[in-house]
Design a protein around this ligand. Sequence first.
Ligand code: COI
Length: 357
Amino acid sequence: GINTRCNAVLSNSSSTETTEYADIDWDSIGFGLKSTDYMYVMKCNLDGEFSKGELQRFGNLEVSPSAGVLNYGQGLFEGMKAYRKQDGKTILLFRPEENANRMRFGADRMCMPAPTVEQFIEAVKATVLANKRWIPPPGKGSLYIRPLLMGTGAVLGLAPAPEYTFLVYVSPVGNYFKEGVAPINLIVESEFHRATPGGTGGVKTIGNYAAVLKAQSIAKAKGYSDVLYLDCVYKRFLEEVSSCNIFIVKDNVISTPEIKGTILPGITRKSIIDVARTQGFQVEERNVTVDELLEADEVFCTGTAVVVSPVGSITYKGKRVSYGEGSFGPVSEKVYTVLTSLQMGLSEDNMNWTVNL
Ligand code: COI
């Protein structure tokens, strides 16, 4: 149902934006920001309730230099995608209530009020529809949706901010890694860690992503696509990659690190587990060791941005292990195809995961 406190108000609409598609080269979009037409902004007043959300022209924000998010990192984000179906008109969202609930869970950890599930979904729908001409043609990519929740009220001493802003912006995207759909090459990180027990690794706080930049840039400078993190206690169990979750396949059994507070509970991760089980695969969520990784038949990553990315090689303590022949392994290809066909509306959604716009 539509929450009355979050009715969108469309201001400054311009006639140039009624054309079917934005004028960009849809064959080379990659994963960089393209400024789109509108963003959704909703503020939370002192009583902890979000109200009066509205669409505004996409543009810079004005915030206090003392904002909680700028000074103490009080912020969360989400990642979602909208696809255009083959008919070019129907728009599909994927499990938006999962992102809404994850933001609410993270907000509790970060001492922030959060929009209700209904407010979150209405804001996402309004933003996608207002930027419809930026949704790529079928088969050319998706509209990436980035909801943000941040402490925008001024603080000086360390404390939760007195005011919050929920914002949704979008950008058309193609493949996340420069490799495109080709396998990525990962290096196991032995020095830096992404998360600690009792920390915030299990929520989508902005600081988790700043904390991986150092290891990621060192790895990229050496030619790797990204970094795979190990647990910080035993330095032996797989956690995740900077921007996605990890899976291994051995003798047709699929395994992935279990959710235990230091791993981001990915919605693509969870969906791949369900898809794989539906396809008859055994899936185990458990501790997965780095030794098992090196002996796996297939390795792949999952995330909203990366979708399902095959891993072509892993380097650990100077030793490089390769998988596959420069493309998907059979198990990862199967789960990738089933999931993406459902997300793009190419197959029947018998999981009831998509939302039509
Ligand atoms: C996503 O996959 O949507 C994320 O939020 C990860 C981000 C690093 C791009």
